[in-house]
Design a protein around this ligand. Structure first.
Ligand SMILES: CC(C)(COP(=O)(O)OP(=O)(O)OC[C@H]1O[C@@H](n2cnc3c(N)ncnc32)[C@H](O)[C@@H]1OP(=O)(O)O)[C@@H](O)C(=O)NCCC(=O)NCCS
Length: 225
C-alpha cells in the first residue's frame, strides 16, 4: 500500500482535493508545508500593512517560516464531526503559491464554514486569490454540503475585500479588532447556499474549467461520526 493510501485510510482528510484546470487545493503534507513556510518567509505583504489579527508575519524570514510550520502542525489533527480546521496548499500550475483555509465550529449543527487565505507576494494581483476562494466555496458547498460561508477582512485590506465582493458575498457589518495595539474595523461577509447557487455561473466563468473534487467524504462522514 502506498504511503498516501495508508494515510488516507487512517486520516481521510488527507485525501481532500479540489481542482479546476491549473488551480488546485490540496491537503498539506510535510513536503508542501516546508515549501509554503519558505514562501511565507519571503513575504506576504508590505511592512506597512497587516492583514492578520495576530501579526505572525512580522519577524525574520526564518521566524515567519517557523510560525507557519508550528501553526499547521497544531491544526492538522482538528477534524471531527463537531468542528474542523482544514488548511489547503494552493497550487498554481503545480507550484505552491499560498494557503486557503476552511474552518467550522459546531459543524454538525450549523454547516457553516469560514475561510482565510494568503498568497506569497510574488503570486498576488494576478487573479489567483479570487479563483482560489471560488474553488474553496465550491469545495464547501458542493463537496462538504455547507449551507453558509463567511469571510472577513480588515477594512484597509483592499484585495481581500475585493475578492469577497467580486464573488458575490453579502456585507454583514463590521466590528473593531485590536490589531498591533490599534482598533481597526474588520468587515464581515456572508454567502448563503442560495446565493452561492445564483453565483455559480459567474464563479464557473472565473474558474475556467470544471471543478473536480476528491476525498470529500472525510467531511460528509468524518471519523467518529
Ligand atoms: C488577499 C489575497 C489572497 C488576494 O489575492 P490576489 O490574487 O492578490 O487578488 P486578485 O488578483 O484575485 O485580486 C482581487 C481583487 O483585488 C483587487 N486588488 C488587487 N490588489 C489591489 C490593491 N493593491 N489595491 C486595491 N485593489 C487591489 C483586484 O483588482 C481585484 O479586484 P476586482 O476583482 O474588483 O478587479 C492576496 O492579496 C494576499 O494574500 N494578501 C495578503 C494576505 C491577506 O491579505 N490575506 C487575507 C487576510 S483577510
Amino acid at each position: 500500500m502506498q504511503h498516501s493510501d495508508a494515510l488516507a485510510r487512517l486520516w481521510p482528510a488527507s485525501a481532500i482535493r479540489a481542482r479546476a484546470g491549473d488551480l488546485e487545493l490540496r491537503w498539506i503534507d510535510d513536503e508542501l508545508l516546508l515549501q509554503l513556510a519558505e514562501l511565507a518567509g519571503r513575504g506576504i505583504h508590505s511592512p506597512d500593512a497587516m492583514p492578520f489579527e495576530h501579526p505572525w508575519t512580522r519577524g525574520t524570514a526564518d521566524e515567519v517560516a517557523r510560525s507557519v510550520l508550528t501553526y499547521q502542525w497544531n491544526q492538522r489533527g482538528n477534524v471531527s464531526p463537531e468542528a474542523f480546521v482544514l488548511e489547503f496548499a494552493v497550487l498554481h500550475e503545480g507550484v505552491p503559491v499560498g494557503l486557503q483555509g476552511l474552518t467550522a465550529k459546531d459543524w454538525s449543527v450549523l454547516r457553516r464554514v469560514n475561510s482565510g487565505s494568503w498568497l506569497g507576494l510574488e503570486h498576488q494581483g494576478r487573479g489567483i486569490g479570487t479563483r482560489m476562494r471560488a474553488l474553496a466555496l465550491h469545495l464547501a458547498f458542493e463537496g462538504f454540503g455547507a449551507v453558509e460561508a463567511t469571510s472577513g477582512a480588515f477594512a484597509d485590506n483592499a484585495p481581500s475585500n475585493a475578492v469577497s465582493r467580486r464573488l458575490g458575498y453579502e456585507p454583514d457589518g463590521a466590528f473593531m479588532v485590536a490589531r498591533e495595539g490599534v482598533a481597526v474595523p474588520h468587515n464581515r461577509y456572508v454567502m448563503s447556499r442560495e446565493r452561492w447557487e445564483s453565483q455559480r455561473p459567474a464563479h464557473a466563468a472565473l474558474l475556467g474549467s470544471p471543478v473536480e473534487l476528491t476525498g470529500v467524504e472525510a467531511i460528509r462522514t468524518p471519523i467518529g461520526a
